[in-house]
Design a protein around this ligand. Structure first.
Ligand code: FEO
Length: 168
């Protein structure tokens, strides 16, 4: 049985994952609007990944006999200055998610809830990957100055991204 503290923290994180999904969907719409179709696809895949994260946590909460409490998801921004501005915000956001997952992990360990700590390890590893991917992409965007034929090439690459639910 989950402690009330863990149950509440997991519900908060479900909300945070849905907010991430919402934020990336909004970014996808912006990118499509400025004709970066490949990056719009990349961000839509990011949206699907975040939904997957939320549902993974939702399923775990139910499996452990917890109560799911879905809350209001706040509205994301819908306007950015340019693509570099977008990816700077993605990196900042993912660093914030990492902080939040680490806090959740610390709470699970404090509560001696090893099953939850074990479950959260997947998210800890996922955050390392997410931050690295976004950092690399941001560095490449800065390298090409966020414009011209360099941006066109990166956009074509971003168009290749697909969502595959990660193996459990
Ligand atoms: Fe659910 Fe991008 O972390």
């Amino acid at each position: 049985m989950l402690s009330k503290k863990i149950e509440k923290a997991l519900n908060n994180q479900i909300n945070a994952e849905f907010y991430s999904a919402y934020l990336y969907l909004s970014m996808s719409a912006y990118l499509q609007d400025i004709s970066l179709i490949g990056f719009a696809n990349w961000m839509r895949v990011q949206y699907e990944e975040e939904q997957f994260h939320a549902l993974k946590m939702y399923d775990y909460l139910l499996e452990r006999g917890g109560k799911v409490k879905l809350e209001t998801v706040k509205a994301p921004p819908h306007q950015w200055e340019n693509i570099i501005d977008v990816y700077k915000e993605v990196l900042k956001h993912e660093q914030e998610v990492t902080r939040s997952i680490n806090e959740l992990m610390s709470l699970a360990l404090e509560e001696h809830d090893h099953a939850t700590a074990n479950f959260l390890q997947w998210f800890v590893d996922e955050q390392v990957e997410e931050e690295a991917t976004v950092s690399d992409l941001l560095a490449q965007l800065k390298l090409v100055g966020g414009q011209g034929s360099g941006l066109f090439m990166l956009d074509r690459e971003a168009a290749q991204r697909n969502f595959f639910p990660p193996a459990e």
